[in-house]
Design a protein around this ligand. Structure first.
Ligand code: F6P
Length: 341
């Protein structure tokens, strides 16, 4: 009998609880104990833990957020790496750490593995931009939320003959924008991976209006650059030094309104895309990833991450996830353009 320690770090994401439940459920089958570490790496540094048995994970499958809490603390930024975690690992008898997090968290997990801690990563982000896996849990929920918003904004845009810009999350990549844009029938999608020309956006919208459709939906990924002539936004930084993105759509709206004279409004969806219950496919994916992580632990796996490859859940080196950020392929992005105009 061994002990798995599990933690969730970084921003939350729909499906975190389903992963935790998957780890606990399968660990029990392997006769392994699970210790939940609260508030991400902070709990590991400060020894804040609680036993997770079957009872502790009942009723959490469809719940958003994370029952363990999360934080932006990092043992290499706020401590001495492994040395800051050793006391907690020893006191709880933890043999394997299951770390559920995005690329920054996985990078930290890899460093701990290099220092001899057995670590299994579970990639997490609504942005769907982690390399080494076909998809991340939480993404499909974010796409559904954004699609529902586009559907609602379309009817009000139509009623008022307006252009509405829907700004979605995704950090430096445009996965949510592209898929929600296709699903919601957007009239233009702007993402960081492919440069945009605001004059061409305006021309596309004018053509659409000439064709008798006097309203349009433009989906903008939060990470795109300001249009020419507009200064880059003066953004605050988060705890990791990343820009707190949001707001470029106001500049794009201004440019579109100037070029077309169409009234152009902005709706920034923000954290609503991360909140609430995960869609069914994310619950299934998150459960499978959690179960696989618990399966890998007794075999002594370390420095690996569970990942989606076609129909399978496999183990890949964490390094694959941290070596690059996965962008939207051109073929997918261009699919959306088929329906413009
Ligand atoms: O990485 C997930 C994400 O939701 C991004 O899409 C977004 O830019 C960022 O996190 C927001 O982070 P925070 O919750 O720290 O503002």
């Amino acid at each position: 009998m061994g002990v798995i320690g599990v933690l969730t770090a970084g921003g939350d994401c729909p499906g975190l609880n389903a992963v935790i439940r998957g780890v606990v459920g399968r660990a029990i089958e392997h006769d392994i104990e699970v210790v939940g570490i609260t508030n991400g790496w902070e709990g590991l540094i400060r020894d804040r833990t609680r036993r997770l048995d079957r009872q502790a994970v009942r009723g959490i499958l469809g719940r958003g957020g994370t029952i363990l809490g999360t934080s932006r603390m990092d043992p290499y930024v706020h401590g001495d790496g492994r040395a800051s975690c050793d006391a907690t690992l020893k006191r709880n008898g933890i043999d394997t750490l299951v770390v559920i997090g995005g690329d920054g968290t996985l990078r930290t997990a890899m460093r701990l593995a290099d220092e001899g801690v057995s670590v299994i990563g579970v990639p997490k982000t609504i942005d769907n931009d982690i390399a080494g896996t076909d998809i991340t849990f939480g993404f499909q929920t974010a796409v559904q939320i954004a699609t529902d918003a586009i559907d609602r904004l379309t009817t009000t845009a139509e009623a008022h003959n307006r252009v509405i810009i829907v700004e979605v999350m995704g950090r430096t990549k445009g996965w949510i924008a592209t898929e929600a844009g296709i699903a919601g029938g957007a009239d233009y999608i702007i993402i960081p991976e492919y440069p945009y020309d605001v004059e061409e956006v305006a021309a596309t919208l004018r053509k659409r209006h000439r064709n008798g459709h006097h309203y349009s939906i433009v989906v903008v990924a939060e990470g795109v650059e300001a249009p020419p002539g507009y200064a880059p936004l003066d953004l605050k930084k988060d705890a990791f030094g990343f820009d707190r993105l949001g707001g470029v759509s106001y500049q794009i709206a201004d440019a579109i309104e100037d070029l077309t004279t169409f009234e152009t409004r902005v709706s920034i969806l923000g954290h609503i895309q991360r909140g609430g219950t995960p869609v069914a496919s994310d619950r299934v994916l998150a459960s499978r990833l959690g179960v696989k992580a618990a399966d890998l632990a007794p075999a002594g796996a370390t420095n690996v991450m569970v990942a989606v490859r076609g129909p399978d859940i496999v183990a890949v080196p964490i390094e694959e996830a941290t070596s690059s950020i996965r962008g939207v392929p051109e073929e997918l992005y261009r699919t959306a353009a088929t329906f413009y105009g």
